[in-house]
Design a protein around this ligand. Sequence first.
Ligand code: HEM
Length: 974
Amino acid sequence: MYSLCEKAKQVPKSSLISSYTIDSICLYSLRKAVKMRCVRQSRFRTELFSREQFTAAEQSSYVAGGSLQAQIQALQAHLQIVRSPQEQELILAQQASLIERLNEAQRQQQELQRRLQEQLIGIPQQPFQIEEQPVIRQVESQFQPQQPQFQPQQFPQQPQFQPERPRPQQQQPRPQQQQPRPQQQPRPQQQPRPQQQQPRPQQPQEPILFPAEAQQNTEGSLPCSTLTGEAGHCRPLVKCITFYAEVPELRRQPCKLQGQQLGVCCPLRKRPSVAPDRPNHGVLRPPPPPQVVIPPFTPQQLNNAAQEALERIRDRLQFIAALFANNIILHPATPAAWHLEFFQTTNATLDQGQQAQKNVEASVSLVNEFQLNPDQGTFALPTFSILNTVIADTCPRPTNCRPQKYRSADGSCNNLNNERWGKAGMALQRILPPKYGDGVNSPRVAANGQELASARVISTQFATDVNHPSENYTLLVMQWGQFLDHDLTHTPISRGQSGSGLSCCRDGAIITADLRHPDCFPISLPRNDHIFARFNESCMEFVRSLPAPRPECNFGPREQMNQITGYLDGSNIYGSSESRQRELREGRGGRLRVQNVQGRSLLPENRGECTDDNDVLACFKAGDTRVNEQVELAVMHTIWLREHNRVATELARLNPGWNDETLFQEARRIVVAEMQHITYNEFLPIILGRDYMDKFELTPRDAGFTQLYDSTLNPSITNAFATAAFRFGHSLIQSHMQGFTQFGSIRENLELSHHQFEPYVLYQDGALDNFVRGLSTQPSQRFDRFFSKQLTDHLFQGPLDFGLDLVALNIQRGRDHGLPPYNDWREVCGVNRARSWDNLREIMDSQTIEVLKSLYPSVEEIDLFVGAVAEKPLKGALLGPTFVCLVGDQFARLRRGDRFFYEEAGQPSTFSQVQLDQLRKTSLARVLCDNSDNNAFMQPLAFLQASFLNQRVTCDSESIPRVDLRYWTGERTA
Ligand code: HEM
C-alpha cells in the first residue's frame, strides 16, 4: 500500500500551505496514519502534506477545540442576557453538551501530541493500532492532561486573580547610588476585572518564567546535559527563552520534564556579570581622522563662500520654480509617486533641509574655489566654523532642559547636556566619515574616479528571487522589524516647489541636464533588463535625501536627516512632534483617537492620503506616516494603538483622579517600556544572537535595575544603520501576505505589489485577526541575498506593468549618502579587511563571490548593503558579522544613551521595582492576544513558528503572562 507517509515525502515544497495549516494537517495525518498502520519515525516538521490532502471535513481536534470554545463563550455571553429560566436551562444544556465534546477533542489531541512527542525524542514505540480506542483509553488512564478541561458547573467563572507578591527585599538588588522610589503594593481592595467569562481551568498552568526568572528558578526541573555537554536543566521551552536564538540546537536536545512532557535541556550558563571583553560595550568608536593639510582660510574667504552659497540658493530656487512651472514634476499614481508618499515630509523638515542646503553650497564653493581634493573636503573643512559667516543663522539653537518624568514628543532633552541628541529633524550621526566623489556632496564613485556599476545591474545579478522560507521564524520577525524601524528612522528626500515630487526621468530616459533638478540621482537601467527593456525604459526615478544641518555648525560634507525621534520611544504610535501628538490624541481618558467600525477600534482615517476606488474607505493615520505602506504594517499599528488605549482605560479605572494628560503620559510610558522589552528580550536575540546580547549587556536583566545610562554616549541613529544595516529586513519579506481563518485555512493571500497603500481590507470584519494569525504563522523568508521580485521588479507597481527596485534603491541610497564601501566597515567592526576576493571565502559562499567579482572592479568597491547581505549568518544569529556589528552598535546606543530606558534606575522616569517586574512579563504574544478582535490562540514565543516546543495555547493561558497594571495604582504623577 502506498502510505500517507510516502505520499507526504513527495509533496513539492512549493505546493505547501503555511505551517499553521501544517500543524493541523500533521495532527490530522497522524490520526489517519494510526488507521493506516503507518509507522513513522520522521521529525514532526518534515511531515508535509499538500493542501489537497486536507479536507475541511477532516480537520484536527486542535481546530475543533478552538471553535467549540468560541461557541461555549458565545453561549456564556448569551446566558448573561436571557432572563427566562427555561431559556437559561436550554443554554446550560447546550453548554454541557459542547463542553463534553470539547473535552473529548482535547483528550484526542493530547494523545496525538504524546505520540508525536515520542517520535520527536526517538523513543521506540509500538506500531500504531487500527483499533485506536483502546490505545487512547489506556493512555488516558496514565496520562496527566496537559490542556485544562472545562467543567459545566463552574460557569460563570469567578475572578481568579491572585496578585503576585513582590519578591522579598533581599532578592532585589538595589542600584548602588540612586534609590528607586519606595515599592508600591497593589491596594488590597482592588480586584481586577474577571477575564472575559472564560471557563475556569481545572488545573491552573504553571506560570511562565521569562529570562528574569528563568535563570534563577530551577526548582522542580531535572538536571540534564546538552548536546555539547553543557550542564542544563530540563525545562519547557517558554522557560528557556533566554536561549531561544539557539532553538535549532535546543530542539535536538529534548528531555523529559517531571510530568513526562517534552522539555528542552536548557543550559545553565549564566550571563557574564561583568563587562564584555571590549571596553566599549558594543558601541563603535570612530577611528581618529587622518591628518590632512589644507590652506588656512581667512574669515573673509569663509564668509565669501557663505555669500556665494546664498546666491546659489537664490538661483536654485528660481530654477526649481521654472521646473514646477513647466510641469516637470512627478506624476501621480506612478511607483515613484507612491515612493514619495512613503516619504511624507513635514514643512519643518523641508525648512531644515533648506537651511542645510546653504551649508552644502558653501562647502562645495570652497572645494571648487580652492580645488580641494576629496580628503581635504571631508576631513579638513570641518575644522572651520560657519559661526562668523552670513549663514550662521542656520546653526541649531540650544535650549535649556530640565529632568522630567515623561519624554518630550520630539525626543529633545532626553540628554540634558546635548538636548538635540536623538531629537527629530537632526542629522544622522556618522561612525565613519562619508566618501563622496568630491569629498563633500557628490555621490560615491570608485576610487579611480570612475562610475560604479548601475545599482539596478547589481540588484538583478546579485539579489535574485529564490524562495527560502525560514524554518524557525514567523513573518512577525519581518513585521516587527519594519514597525520598529518606523519608530527609529525616517530619512526625508528632497522635494520641489510647494512640496512637489521631483521627476528625473522622462520618456524612459534620464532628463536632460538643463531640466534636471540638482537632487536628481536616477538609476540607469541596462538595455537588456529583464523587465524594463520591454518598455524601453532606461531610467529609474531616484531623488537624493534632503541635507541636514551639520550638528557642529561647521563647513564639511553633506549630512542626512532623521525626521523622527531617534529613540525607541513609540514615536510610530505617538508621532514625533507636539502637534502630531495633539492630532492623534482623543483628549479624554488619556486615549488615542480611533475610528469605530462596527464596534471595532481602527486607526483614525486619513482621507487626504488615499481612499478606495469608490472613495468610501480611507487610509489610516498613525504616529508614523508610512503606516499605509502595506496591510500588515497597518495591522501592527492598529494593535499598538489598541494597546495604548487598553492600558489608558485600565489606568483610568485604577486611578479615577488622574486627568487626561497624566493618563496619556503614564500609558505611553508603559507602552514604550513594553516595546523596549519585546525588542531587547524577544527580537534582538534572534537578530544578533544570544552571545552578542550577553557579551554587550543588551539582554534585559533578570531582576532589579540597571545603571548603564551613559550621558556621554550619543544615541542618535547612525547613517549606516538607517541606510544599510537595518534594511536587512527587506530580505525577510514574503511576496504574499496571508490571512488565516481560525480554522487554519487561508482567507487572504495578497500579492505585495498590488496591495501597497491599500489597507482597506482591514475594514472587513475578522480581517485584522486573520492577518495576526497570518503573521504568527507564515514563515518569514531567510536572511540572505535573495529578494522577492515583488520588491525588486514590482515595488509600488499598483496597476502598472513595472515598479521600482528596492534593492537598487538601497544601493543607490548608500551612494547618495556617501556611505563608505563594505570593506571599510569590516575593518571598523573588527572583521579583517578583505585584501583579495579569496579573503571573502570565510564568510561568503563561492557562488556569491563570483557574482560580486563580476559586478565590482575590486573588493574595495563593494557597496555596504550588498557585501553585508552576502555574508553568511553568524552562529545563533540571523545576520552576518558586519550587520550584527552595525545593528548591535545602534541598539547599544539606544539602550545606554536613552535616559528613559525602562530598566534604568535613578531617573525621574524610573519604574518601581515591582512595576519593572511586571513589565518584564511583556511578550509580543500577549500584546497580540489582548488587542486582536477575537483571536483565541497564540504561541507564547510569537517570533517563532508554533511547534510542539512552542505550542499554541489559548490567549487566556498563563503561558502568555500578563502585566498587572494594579501596581500603577496611586503612581506618583509628574
Ligand atoms: C513590505 C515591507 C517593506 C517595504 C515595502 C519597504 C519599503 C521600503 C522603501 C521603499 C524604503 C525607501 C528606500 C529608499 O528610497 O531609500 C525603505 C526604507 C527602509 N526600510 Fe523598508 N520596507 C519594508 C520592510 C522593511 C523591514 C522589514 C525593515 C527592517 C527590518 C525595513 C527597514 C527599512 C529601513 C531602515 C529603511 C530606511 C528608512 C529611512 O531611514 O528612511 N523595511 N523601505
